[in-house]
Design a protein around this ligand. Structure first.
Ligand code: SF4
Length: 350
């Protein structure tokens, strides 16, 4: 099928090669960002996009401000910025946001754009073409098994389990809504795979004065998400690490890294984390603060690290005494959030 989308349609799916080609000229050199007033506006647009990505309640609208080219360039620059910031959670948030946004347009495109409707009711031509552009042979109501298995791996709903699907001649039947959901997942995986970009250090340095507000908003959002620190809601792995520290045991490097990143993400400041390590037998204030600041992004590199997921914790032998709630989560931070929520509910009931 010949795919000739309008500029506006390309701005809805800015990750497509055709969309990138549309703004190619703009990114031949990033110098214009710092020498041209248009560059300044583009940085604002990209920062706004990341800001939207970290906002818990996302709203999408069909209208865009500025030109389609601005929108596509803002998408590309936002990816450059999160690459400079090197924060895994932020990168995840942005890729999820982009996938959600594309999903929103896909679901609504049928209504808006009659050009892409075939004469057979609700069958969306755009959806099929987009799937082809993203490398999967999805059709109106089925998808090759091999693509299906890869796409549903991170999806946990029972309905996606292969035992609950109709399988015929190497294809899995899917419903209309599922077609969109699988495409959303494909977009997320593809966009995540390419990040972080290798951005020249000089570009990140020049951009960095513009990051302060974003970092503040991000930190506030994380604090809002995790609320006040509740040690009683810590997952067993983190409790074990703290118990070991308190008992005067030296933690391994992986143990220190996991605990520090976990505590930092839930909002404990670097000084308080440093104080915790004062219980360690080989405590050295300068060395500890250097390590803590390095991990929490306050040191020279500016890189904030994220707490390892349960799978990585198991690999390093740090998944200690998992309990029943552990079976429902795949990240210590998810455990913490779920436990806090449960505690809140039971206090309310009482
Ligand atoms: S399953 Fe995850 S949250 Fe639970 S103890 Fe292991 S690493 Fe921690």
């Amino acid at each position: 099928m010949d795919f000739t989308p309008s500029a506006k349609e390309l701005s809805h799916f800015p990750f497509l090669k055709k969309a990138q080609d549309h703004v190619k000229g703009r990114f031949s050199s990033l110098d214009f960002l710092f020498t041209d007033t248009k560059g300044e506006a583009l940085i604002d647009r990209a920062l706004g996009r990341i800001q939207d990505a970290i906002t818990p309640k996302k709203t999408f609208t069909p209208e865009i401000t500025g030109t389609a080219g601005d929108e596509i360039a803002g998408y590309a620059l936002a990816r450059i910025i999160v690459s400079c910031l090197h924060d895994k959670t932020l990168i995840d948030r942005l890729t999820r946001y982009e996938a959600e946004r594309a999903y929103y347009f896909l679901v609504n495109e049928e209504e808006w754009n009659q050009n892409y409707k075939q004469g057979e009711g609700e069958y969306s031509r755009l959806c099929i073409i987009l799937a082809q552009e993203l490398g999967i042979q999805i059709t109106k109501d089925r998808i090759p098994l091999v693509d299906y298995v890869e796409l549903v791996a991170p999806l946990h709903q029972d309905r996606y389990h292969l035992v609950n699907r109709r399988l015929e001649h190497g294809f899995v039947d899917i419903k209309k809504d599922e077609r969109y959901e699988l495409l959303r997942e494909r977009i997320r995986v593809l966009l995540r795979r390419d990040l972080p970009h290798k951005v020249p250090a000089t570009v990140c340095e020049k951009l960095s004065p513009r990051f302060a507000l974003l970092k503040k908003a991000y930190q506030e959002q994380m604090l809002q998400q995790f609320g006040t620190i509740e040690e009683s809601s810590f997952p067993p792995c983190m409790q074990s690490l703290i118990t070991a520290l308190t008992a005067g045991v030296n933690l391994t490097h992986a143990g220190r890294f996991s605990l520090t990143t976990f505590l930092h993400t839930i909002g404990m400041d670097a000084n308080a984390i440093g104080e915790l390590y004062a219980r360690s037998p080989d405590f050295d204030l300068d060395k500890t603060m250097y390590q803590v600041e390095h991990i929490t992004g306050r040191g020279g590199s500016g890189t904030e690290y994220t707490a390892p997921a349960c799978a990585a914790m198991r690999t390093t032998g740090l998944c200690i005494h998992p309990d029943a709630l552990c079976e429902k989560v795949n990240h210590p931070l998810s455990y913490y959030k779920a436990k806090k929520r449960d505690l809140k509910k039971s206090i309310k009931k009482e």
